[in-house]
Design a binder for this molecule. Structure first.
Ligand code: WTA
Length: 660
């Protein structure tokens, strides 16, 4: 006890004094990338520098051009090239002698385990690919995957990739309505789902939600259902549903040649939240995305084939796509998957799994680290975590205190931490230190990766001074970038390229809608979203989506949703609600509103608080003052409210929040 508190005092002092840490020599010696010259090299040799990323893949046909920018910002990468993502993640490793290496090590919540070698995984992917074809899935048909963290999810992704059918994974925690919206938006006629899964020991019925979702789809749907729960939960297949296990058995031993896809052909769609109520279908391609996921896994996560690597995210989000499935498998490593929650059966579950599997690299979100910190260091202390070599975080800013806790209690003061900034749209990491090179500054993600031109600008698009807050922009394209929003080029242009680009001079600047600042060393600290998106536990939620669910509740007249500070979640959802005349602000009404949000989106969007108010603070032009509502939710000092049409309402709302 004395030791660790002494250590922590010492660490605190170091943090204050220097505010930075250098990677240990032992790490640098073995790092995939350790030459600081890489930054200059990429800058001088841009965009050809990205050939190195493409070289991590096997191509059926060599590409002719690295970057085609004739039709910017509709950039094209590695044009003329052809490849298949599943062949890159499976066949080539099997052919190169890694047939018996574990590809996926899966840990079920109740303690079952499953290991798929590269050989096993290839077999099951081929069988399921053959089955999908039999069901009628053709090249370019979008297949929706609504599955929890079970191995059949990556199998289905790779099976789709094998036959050139883009997948659209819908997070299993999303509601039936959210599933239907996404299937309709993607014109997706195929669904792979399951009967249920375990959460904190309970069997959850997932099929009920999937069935309800399918009823909301405006075209016919063919489904495949994975039997995850067996006798625990009986389910019935309707006419248009097939059993996954039976299909795979019927097609066992099938050989399905990977379809050569053009580098620019769509690999997958991923829906994410934006400013308007309608989720955005982010389109990623086969060549650029896969090359970028592989390159960043190699350079930033330092993945080596002999590693056991664990990204404790859900594949339902982009982090799981790039850094549980595509990046690690492209590099031929062993990737772990865990079905359940970190505190079941006890709060040391993740550390138990790290110890048991000799995990080398561990990647998670700050929200999880804050929870571990709150639970206390006695949980990681029960386990031998010395197999760890590198730690990472993603999804939201990490405060220096949580960073330090992670560094000491999980990394034993010996593992570099990469704080990686990126987005669904960027496909892979963009801003972070390279662990074998860069000094780490807790709280700051670090410099942009080599070849990434990220700058912080003011409202006029001019670079801000070091230390000043501004808007994050990316001023050159990169291979992993989204190519468009599915069937909506116009929204792609207006969401990301309008703000800072100059069409006249053909200068295109990508705007990720984050605020940030930069220091004298070029290190970037992300300050958070500047649009109406809230980041709850590292998950992006659109306030408009939540608002439209709330106003769908009978008796509700108007609603404004904002993010307020939250110790564990980073941000939480606060809903300010005006009821129709004659409606009472009862607990029952509040429950109905919460339920409506869960039905429309899912439990992650559940409001932390529903605050009934007779009016919302509005500007004289009638715009809801969201900043003010955010300040009230976060308990911040309120600024000048004199520009409001109805300043008196502010005190009323603040009093209401305090009394709740
Ligand atoms: C935020 C997740 C600070 C940011 C991969 C971004 C971060 C949004 C970081 C994207 C980080 C992600 N530090 N903020 N290291 N990483 N963010 O699309 O606001 O789910 O715009 O992608 O998360 O969320 P998304």
């Amino acid at each position: 006890m004395t030791d660790s508190s002494e250590e922590s005092v010492e660490l605190e002092a170091r943090l204050e004094e220097q505010g930075s840490f250098d990677p240990p020599e032992s790490f640098v010696e073995q790092a995939n990338v350790a030459d600081p010259g890489i930054y200059e090299e990429f800058e001088e040799n841009w965009p050809e520098c990205w050939e190195g990323a493409a070289d991590l893949l096997s191509w059926d046909r060599e590409y002719e051009t690295v970057l085609e920018d004739d039709d910017a910002p509709f950039y094209k990468w590695f044009t003329g090239g052809e490849l298949n993502a599943s062949a890159n993640c499976l066949d080539r490793h099997v052919e190169n002698g890694a047939k018996n290496r574990a590809a996926i090590k899966w840990e079920g919540e109740l303690g079952e385990t499953r290991t798929y070698t590269y050989g096993d995984l290839l077999n099951e992917v081929e069988a399921f690919a053959a089955a999908l074809r039999d069901l009628g899935v053709g090249e370019d048909d979008v297949v929706t995957l609504y599955l929890p963290m079970i191995p059949e999810l990556p199998v289905a992704m790779l099976a789709c990739a094998r036959i050139g059918a883009p997948h659209s994974v819908v997070f299993a925690g999303f509601s039936a309505d959210a599933l239907a919206t996404r299937m309709n938006a993607a014109d997706s006629e195929y669904l792979v789902t399951c009967d249920g899964y375990y959460r904190r020991g309970d069997a959850l019925n997932h099929k009920e939600k999937a069935d309800k979702g399918v009823r909301g789809v405006d075209h016919d749907v063919t489904s495949v259902v994975v039997d995850r729960l067996g006798d625990e939960l009986k389910h019935f297949l309707g006419d248009s549903a097939h059993d996954y296990g039976e299909l795979v058995e019927q097609h066992e031993g099938a050989s399905v040649d990977p379809v050569s896809r053009d580098a620019e052909d769509m690999l997958f769609l991923m829906y994410t939240s934006g400013t308007t109520g309608q989720p955005k279908g982010v389109k990623h391609t086969t060549g650029g995305y896969l090359a970028y996921a592989a390159w960043t896994s190699h350079a930033v996560l330092d993945v080596k084939p002999e590693d056991t690597y664990w990204c404790a995210a859900d594949i339902g989000w982009i982090t799981g796509h790039s850094y549980i499935v595509y990046g690690p498998l492209a590099l031929g490593t062993t990737t772990m998957m865990y079905e359940g929650t970190p505190d079941y059966p006890d709060r040391d579950r993740l550390w138990e799994l790290v110890e048991k599997n000799d995990v080398d690299i561990f990647y998670t979100a700050p929200t999880a680290i804050r929870a571990f910190m709150k639970w206390g260091s006695q949980y990681p202390e029960k386990h031998d975590l010395s197999s760890l070599r590198l730690l990472g975080t993603v999804g939201e800013p990490i405060n220096p205190r949580a960073w330090k806790w992670y560094y000491t209690h999980i990394g034993g003061d010996e593992c570099p931490i990469v704080d990686t900034w990126w987005q669904t749209e960027t496909g892979g990491m963009m801003i972070t230190t390279l662990p074998g090179i860069g000094t780490m500054k807790p709280g700051s993600a670090g410099p942009p990766l080599p070849g990434i031109d990220a700058r912080i600008v003011d409202a006029a698009g001019e670079n801000v001074e070091a230390g000043d807050a501004g808007y994050l922009t990316v001023q050159k394209p990169w291979p992993g970038m989204l190519r468009t929003l599915y069937q909506n080029d116009e929204r792609f242009l207006s969401e990301y390229w309008q703000e800072y680009s100059d069409e006249e001079t053909d200068e295109w600047v990508y705007f990720p809608e984050d605020g940030a600042k930069i220091d004298d060393d070029g290190y970037i600290t992300i300050l958070g979203r500047v649009d109406d998106v809230i980041n709850v536990s590292g998950h992006r939620l659109g306030t408009m989506e939540i608002e439209s669910a709330i106003v769908g509740t009978e008796g509700v007249a108007e609603a404004a949703v904002v993010g307020g500070d939250h110790d564990l979640k980073g941000e939480a959802v606060y809903a300010y609600v005006i009821l129709e005349d004659g409606q009472d602000p009862t607990d029952a009404m509040s429950d109905r509103i919460v339920e409506e949000v869960e039905d429309a989106i899912g439990p992650i969007a559940r409001p932390e608080e529903v605050i009934f108010t007779p009016e919302l603070p509005k500007t004289r032009s009638g715009k809801i003052m969201r900043r003010l509502l955010e300040d009230i939710a976060s308990g911040n000092e309120l600024g000048n409210t004199s520009t409001l049409r109805n300043p008196e309402v502010v005190d009323e709302i603040a009093a209401q929040v305090e009394s709740d």
